[in-house]
Design a protein around this ligand. Structure first.
Ligand SMILES: [Fe+2]
Length: 244
């Protein structure tokens, strides 16, 4: 994705980004203090639970496909808010909506078909997250969808490589080809920086960083609920169709 700095952005972009990242770090600390087995997908010191890992992957697929809808709602809003910015957001969301395929490819290696994943029910917290985003986009415009993407891309840049490496060490590299491809796209296209630029420009008109911080706190709370639900699930791993 084009990383050209958007014209008209004042130097306060750095201040904006710093405030966002301080909030995200606070939320990570809260995650580790409140969520059982937090970090078990990345921390080699914790026991690896294959059922938890698979449930997390399946929920990620649900979330990608459902946020494709809220991303599109946000695009419709952003076209009226800032047409040039909407073109950049449009490029981003078209890329993102195809990422389910990458994770479906990996989960197929564990014996799960695309159809059964798509037809399975998302967790209540995922439905709550989507309901929240639809509701906020209606009243606030496109920013809530961008705030969600800030979190996702920041988290991807910080922890995804470690999570992919851990899964690869347990199952083998052939089980994480999709996740690796996803990581490379995020890095090559500078998705996190792109989301910061879009959010900053949107909030110059209204809300400022305070609104982004409020949205990030609400979104991370909803995502924490997903991890609490994952902790309660008892999933027996299916024997993979290829050799485990
Ligand atoms: Fe991304």
């Amino acid at each position: 994705m084009d990383k050209t700095v958007i014209k008209g952005i004042p130097s306060s972009l750095d201040v904006f980004q710093k405030a966002v990242e301080e909030t995200l770090m606070e939320e990570v600390l809260r995650f580790f203090s409140e969520v059982p087995r937090a970090g078990q997908l990345v921390d080699p010191a914790l026991e690896f639970d294959t059922g938890y890992y698979l449930a997390h992957r399946i929920e990620t697929i649900h979330r990608i496909r459902m946020t494709a809808h809220t991303d599109a709602l946000a695009l419709a809003k952003m076209i009226n808010e800032d047409y040039d910015l909407a073109c950049r957001w449009g490029d981003y969301i078209v890329e993102e909506m195809k990422h389910d395929r990458l994770f479906l490819e990996d989960i197929a290696m564990h014996g799960y078909s695309t159809q059964e994943i798509i037809e399975s029910d998302p967790l209540p917290s995922t439905l709550a997250l989507i309901e929240y985003l639809v509701d906020r986009i209606k009243t606030l415009g496109s920013l809530p969808a961008v705030a969600y993407s800030i979190f996702v891309e920041w988290n991807s840049a910080r922890t995804s490589r470690a999570a992919v490496q851990r899964a690869a060490s347990v199952f083998g590299e052939q089980y994480v080809r999709g996740a690796n491809a996803h990581q490379e796209i995020d890095e090559r296209e500078n998705h996190y920086e792109e989301m910061i630029l879009i959010a900053h420009r949107l909030t110059l008109q209204r809300g400022g960083v305070t609104l982004v911080i409020q949205l990030l706190r609400e979104i991370t709370s909803l995502l924490q609920s997903t991890f609490k639900e994952l902790d309660q699930l008892k999933i027996t791993p299916r024997r993979a169709s290829t050799a485990l």
